[in-house]
Design a binder for this molecule. Structure first.
Ligand SMILES: Nc1ncnc2c1ncn2[C@@H]1O[C@H](COP(=O)(O)OP(=O)(O)OP(=O)(O)O)[C@@H](O)[C@H]1O
Ligand SMILES: [Mg+2]
Length: 620
């Protein structure tokens, strides 16, 4: 073990990166260790290399000519052809150095970087360089876990000072309780029986208590002199970031597919609700005031409205809600909603609002952003049943390439909206599921589990991300990042509702392929005094268009789409105004661009009439 002991000095690692390297068992050719750099170069995960021989893997393309061991490479590096996992051939320069009697180190560098290899080989310190510069945790210990050596990267990982003498310390101190038990039993037995172990275990930094998931390769080093106890060399790789990314990706994929499903159902549902709401209103208009059926119809309307709220949330989650993106100042949205937010938070919760000036103009739908705020504040309140502090803050966050990659966002400047509470907090299992639609920990009837799904859908659709930090008993912080825009905010925000539509004689073309919805729209318009021409497609409407004022069309028609129909009719009748009725088509927002109004489904007759009226007003 002389080689390893020599490496036990706590020399600081040099800044030059470690070249790709393998350690092979002299007697069998089994690979005992592969540096991260070698894994990157060869494309192999360590689990597929450790314990197998290079020859078995056909790692060197032409065994005789290019196996560096067979070719007798030593202080003079030889050229060799490395076969990567995908079968590509990489030309490398290879040097081999015998280790402490039991192992061979093979270092391979791409031909371009050959001079670095000469340097290392000439200094005769290949093993030392290898271990001290390795980015992984490398240690040597007795089979019972008494530490002999830990390399600089290992010391950094578990919080051992660079110059601390760890000889004789117990390796068990650097594992979690479960981790230590696993190593004492399973890993120990595997080492004794097979000579090596590959698997995952949890380490910990005893100073900070931080838990570190590592992938570990351990192998027995045969005693140098007979009678010496065997030693164990161990290489551990921090896999937390990889696992986090994998979990995020899996979650994003799950959300994507659930979103598609939810959006699809909600879309059809919206159409049916339009019909229910519309015909109920018409029926109410036909019975005298005070008729006993009026109260029943009110109940139908109320339920349908509740259902429509639910569908809206599902559409937002499925990222299929039509968005009205405009330049808005997040600070203004918070200010405008302040009273409501305080009401939602309730008396027991102290609300602090901390808006940092400027840097908060984003391109988003103001109504949707309000919904995000309301949902997050309602959750915070629910987490602070017996009171607490709710802090709403805004600021800016700059994501570099790496941070952007983590959030699946392009690098750039983002406005940050933070909602922090001092409530119950969440454990890991809850945190993993909070964005799933219908996931709730609340009593039946007090939560639908759509709040955060809606937030997620809206924020992703706006090009942002939601970050969450929470721990049981420690409260929670939700941070919403939204891409900033340089567009100026409009001076005044349009009032959300317009005065009720008054009758005005004009002609309206209706194109809607769902019969009952078409009949409903037609009837509403006629009763309001409009001339109506209705059809299931744009075919044969050209003549009528010349005499019409407004075209009211669905966006997703079975034949040519609403925008196509509108474009065609407008070519003939350029003054024709257009209103698109839409459940969820993202296309709608784009179709709106040249000119055209959006009427989101489900709508009530008065909303329909308001839209037509507003379009006629604009035309005048
Ligand atoms: N600030 C928070 N503190 C603690 N737990 C939270 C917080 N926000 C969300 N949660 C947890 O996430 C779950 C899902 O939240 P979500 O807003 O999606 O649904 P909900 O609040 O249960 O129901 P809904 O919002 O539809 O009424 C909650 O049931 C709760 O367990
Ligand atoms: Mg909620």
């Amino acid at each position: 073990m002389g080689g390893c002991r020599m490496a036990a000095s706590s020399r600081r690692s040099s800044s030059a990166p470690l070249p790709p390297a393998l350690v092979e068992e002299l007697a069998t050719g089994r690979i005992l260790f592969a540096s991260t750099e070698f894994l990157e170069l060869s494309g192999y995960p360590s689990g597929e290399l450790i314990g197998r021989a290079a020859a078995e893997l056909r790692l060197w393309a032409d065994q005789k000519a290019s196996d560096p061991v067979l070719a007798g490479a030593r202080s003079t590096p030889v050229r060799a052809s490395l076969r990567t996992r995908s079968g590509d051939i990489r030309e490398v320069l290879v040097a081999v150095q015998p280790g402490a009697g039991c192992a061979l180190a093979t270092v391979a560098v791409p031909v371009e970087n050959g001079s670095r290899l000469h340097e290392i080989v000439q200094s005769g310190k290949l093993f030392l360089e290898l271990v001290e510069n390795c980015r992984d945790f490398v240690c040597v210990a007795t089979l019972e876990g008494q530490v002999l050596y830990v390399n600089p990267a290992g010391r950094r990982l578990v919080g051992i000072a660079p110059d601390a003498d760890v000889t004789g310390a117990s390796l068990g101190d650097y594992y979690t309780k479960d981790g230590a038990r696993f190593v004492r039993t399973v890993v120990h037995d595997r080492l004794v029986e097979q000579g090596f172990f590959h698997g995952e275990v949890q380490m910990r930094n005893p100073g900070t208590g931080e838990v570190i998931d590592v992938e570990m390769d351990s192998f027995l080093l045969p005693p140098q002199t007979p009678g010496d106890p065997p030693l164990v060399a161990s290489i551990k790789r921090d896999v937390r970031e990889t696992r986090r990314l994998q979990a995020r990706l899996a979650q994003a994929e799950r959300m994507e597919s659930v979103g598609r499903l939810a959006g699809g159902i909600a879309h059809d549902f919206n159409n049916m609700l339009s019909v229910v709401l519309g015909f109920t209103d018409l029926a109410r208009g036909r019975i005298p005031a005070g008729h006993p059926a009026a109260a029943d119809l009110d109940e139908v309307t109320k339920s349908a409205e509740r259902a429509s709220l639910l569908t809206k949330q599902l559409l937002a989650f499925g990222k299929q809600q039509a968005i009205h993106g405009m330049a808005i100042d997040v600070n203004e949205v918070v200010r405008g909603l302040e009273r409501t937010l305080r009401q939602v938070a309730g008396d027991r919760v102290q609300v602090e609002i901390c808006l940092s000036p400027g840097q908060s103009v984003v391109s988003a739908d103001p109504g949707q952003l309000e919904q995000v705020l309301l949902n997050l504040v309602a959750n915070a309140r629910d987490a602070m049943r017996s009171g607490g502090v709710l802090r709403i803050a805004t600021g800016e966050e700059v994501l570099d390439d790496e941070a952007g990659h983590r959030e699946a966002l392009p690098a750039g400047r983002y406005a940050a909206l933070s909602i922090r509470d001092t409530g119950t907090g969440m454990d890991r299992a809850t945190l993993e599921r909070i964005f799933e639609p219908f996931f709730t920990t609340k009593r039946p009837g007090s939560g639908t589990g759509l709040g955060l799904a809606t937030v997620y859908g809206i924020v992703r659709q706006t090009g942002g991300a939601v970050q969450v930090e929470s721990a049981p008993g420690k409260g929670s912080e939700f941070r919403v990042l939204l891409p900033r825009t340089d567009r100026p905010t409009p001076r005044s925000v349009q009032p959300l509702s317009r005065p009720a539509a008054a009758k005005r004689h004009a002609r309206v073309l209706v194109v809607e392929d769902r019969v009952n919805l078409r009949i409903l729209v037609e009837r509403c318009l006629r009763e309001a005094g409009y001339d109506v021409v209705a059809a299931e497609s744009g075919a044969g409407m050209a003549e009528a268009a010349l005499k019409a004022d407004v075209l009211l069309t669905d966006v997703a028609l079975r034949g040519p789409s609403g925008p196509e129909v509108a474009a065609e009719l407008r070519r003939r009748a350029p003054r024709l105004r257009v209103i698109y009725m839409t459940g969820h088509d993202p296309e709608a927002a784009r179709a709106l661009k040249p000119s055209g109004r959006l009427l989101p489904k489900p709508f009530k007759p008065e909303q329909l009439l308001e839209a037509v009226r507003a379009e006629l007003d604009d035309a005048a």
